[in-house]
Structure formats: C-alpha cells, structure tokens
Design a protein around this ligand. Structure first.
Ligand code: PLP
Length: 394
C-alpha cells in the first residue's frame, strides 16, 4: 500500500468524511423497534430539506439505477412514450433502462458537449398534439461530460407547450452539490443517490415525488413490487420501512445531513462553484480542452478534460494512479480514452483541490501529454486570497 491517503477524485463515489464513517460505526439496531423510528423520521425529513420539497421522499437500499427504475415503474404503463435527452452516457443508460422496461423512449440526440436544450424539448412537445408523451426525463448533472441541464427552463418549456407530461430529473451527481429545487422547479420525480454530494458510501438511492406523480402511480400499470411507492407510504409515515433498511447507511445519512445543515446549502453550492471555476482555470492554463462547450452549463461537480489527439486519457490516468495514488474518472463509452474526469465534489476543500490539480499536472508531465505548466498557479489565483470575511462565512 502506498503511504498517505489515496486521492479518490472520480466524480463519485466521493470521499466519505471521517464524521460520516464514525457515525456508521455503531451496532445495527432493530429496524422495527422503538429507537428506529426517530432515525427514520430524521432522515426522511432531512432528505425533504435537501430536495427542497414539502412532498414525498422514498429511500431505497439500492444504487442510483434502482431509483431510476423506481421513477419509471411507479408512474408509467407498458408502451408509454417518454421523451429523453442524450446529454451523455448516463442519459443513454436511463433510456436503455426505459426500453428494457417496455417503454418507448423518444431520444433527442445530443453531442455530449452540453446540457439539454429546453427549446428542443418544447418543439417535441408541441408536435405531440395527442399527448402520447407521458414523461420528460432529464439528467441534471451529466456525470460523463460535466454539463448541467437547466431544469427550471425545461419546466417552463413543458408549460409553454401546454403539455401534461411528468417531469423526471436525475440528480444522482448534483444533489447536495448544485442548487436544486424539486418543488420550485415543478419536478414530478427527482432521482438521486448517496455516493456523491451526500458524501456517503454507495448503497442508498432516493425518489422525491410530487402529488401529480403520486396520483399517476395509482393508475400506472408497469409491474412493480420492491420499488412500489405505496408500500413505503404507511410505514414511512411512522419512521419505518416495509423491508429491512440499510440501517448503518442511514446513520451515515443522518450525519451527512447534519454536516450539510451546519455548512448551509448555499455555502455548499458556493464552495463547489469556486472549485469548479478554479479547476477550469487550471485546464485552460494547461492548454487542454473542456468537453463541455457551453460556459453557462459548466458543472461545478466535475470537470471532463479532453486529451490532445493521439494521447490516451486512460494511459495518463494509469500513470497518475501509479505515481501519485490518485484515481481520476475515465471517459465513458463515446468518449472512452479521449477524456479524463476530475471530481471536485462532496467533502472537499481548497487544499484537496490544489493537491488534486498538482497530481493531474504531474501526471500529464509523466505521461508525456503535451500541456503547459502552471495550471495549479492559475487555480490558486481563482481561489484568491481569503479574507476575514470569507473565513467568517465558511
Ligand atoms: N445517473 C448519474 C448522473 C450518475 O452519475 C450515475 C452513476 O454515476 C447513475 C445515474 C447510476 O447510478 P448508480 O451507479 O449508483 O446505479
């Protein structure tokens, strides 16, 4: 084992804070006993707070993929048309999942270099005069490309088209890192996961559910059992679950929610924004190209960087892991070996970012990837001198 701490700078799972690790290191309690209910109620209320919803929240012992499936099987019927947008690899996986469930996705093609375009969505909905489209599904933060889709504008586009489709949003890599508002943005089902902005290990996933989506679930005909929202509702109301919950992950969730409350969500988002801006400054100084081409859609969760033609991103990542014990995210499917991804999310601070960027710069040097030195300096300039005011806000 190399000395020192491994740098886990993939865009999730993110670094699990020691506070969360310690909070999980307790005996598992009886999930039907009297002490469990307080834990159950606290984490369900806390998740409502993070989603910014007064509505319903469901917690599954599952990876994010489970919560994707839950959103679809609870609200839709066999053969239903769903409008999905190709922002990248994860949007494509969600579309394939929909196909396997017997839904009919209409996939708006994208070039993987930006977020979803509300105008293109509005145009498709206008064409759908018979209201065959039952749901619009968008990935908020596309983890494969580092692009963010404008969810509030997509809600407006659906309303402008006068279309009744449900709006479903994947926030698996944005919740707890980027501003997100389930109620204010009129989202019907929000999908999320534990292992990114929520700073937990993988293993929990979530649905936030509007009244309209809940009403749709009463008539939806896709088969469901494990994922059924209605089975959750009555036990959840008392702080319990219909099956054995992931009790120790819930201990961790309680602690992670406390950490987010202590810092304040707006400060958490501002911290991610500083780190995103500093990382992009480093990439520009290296003379490398960002995968995301739309500045207003840059992700503050991760930065996907293209290696120059003829230079393998995977070879660079392998050298960086070997020499500096740092894991960077790989390019997925269409951008395999052309892109590496720097995760700067979750429990992360200025010095962790500077160390991460130093590792990238040294890795580029060691792997012989053409670049200019000085990326770390450029990032430090963006981080700027911190005054007493900043420290007071932190
Ligand atoms: N959606 C997004 C945006 C993701 O980043 C991921 C995983 O990284 C998933 C869905 C799939 O989640 P999981 O791997 O937890 O099943």
């Amino acid at each position: 084992m190399p000395a020192g701490r491994h740098f886990l700078q993939i865009p999730g799972p993110s670094n699990v804070p020691d506070r969360v690790l310690r909070a999980m290191d307790f005996p598992t309690i009886d999930h039907r006993g009297p002490h469990f209910a307080e834990l159950g109620r606290t984490v369900l209320d806390g998740m409502r707070w993070v989603f910014r919803t007064e509505g319903h929240v469901v917690i599954y012992p599952a990876s994010g993929t489970g919560a994707w499936e839950a959103a679809l099987v609870n609200t839709l019927s066999p053969g239903d048309t769903v409008l999905m947008y190709e922002t990248g690899h994860f949007a494509t996986l969600w579309k394939e999942l929909a196909q396997r469930l017997g839904l009919t996705p209409v996939f708006i093609e994208g070039n993987w270099r930006g977020g979803a375009d509300p105008d293109a969505i509005e145009a498709k909905l206008h064409e759908d005069t018979g209201h065959e489209i039952k749901a619009v599904c968008v990935v908020h933060n596309e983890t494969s490309t580092g692009s963010v889709s404008p969810i509030a504008a997509i809600r407006k586009a659906i309303d402008a088209a006068g279309h009744p489709a449900l709006l479903m949003v994947d926030t698996i890599s944005s919740l707890g890192s980027l501003d997100y508002r389930h109620d204010a943005w009129g989202v019907d089902v929000t999908v999320s996961g534990s292992q990114k902005g929520l700073m937990l290990p993988p293993g929990l996933s979530f649905n936030a559910i509007s009244d309209k989506a809940l009403a749709a679930s009463k008539t939806a005909e896709l088969p469901k059992s494990y994922w059924a929202w209605d089975a959750m509702q009555s036990p959840n109301g008392k702080g319990y679950f219909p099956y054995t919950p992931a009790t120790n992950l819930l201990y961790g969730l309680k602690e992670a929610l406390a950490m987010l409350r202590e810092e304040g969500l707006d400060n958490v988002f501002a911290r991610h924004a500083r780190h995103g801006a500093a990382t992009r400054a480093a990439v520009r100084a290296w003379g490398l190209e960002l995968l995301c081409q739309a500045p207003e859609q840059y992700s503050n969760v991760l930065t996907a960087v293209m290696t120059p033609e003829g230079h393998s991103a995977d070879a660079f990542r392998a050298v960086t892991l070997e020499n500096y014990d740092m894991s960077l995210g790989n390019g997925l499917s269409k951008v395999a070996d052309r892109v590496f991804r720097i995760g700067h999310l979750g429990d992360f601070n200025d010095l962790m970012l500077c160390a991460t960027l130093s590792g990238v710069e040294m890795g580029l040097r060691d792997a012989g990837v053409p670049h200019q030195a000085g990326g770390v300096q450029a990032a430090m300039a963006v981080l700027g001198p911190r005054g007493a005011e900043d420290r007071a806000a932190a």
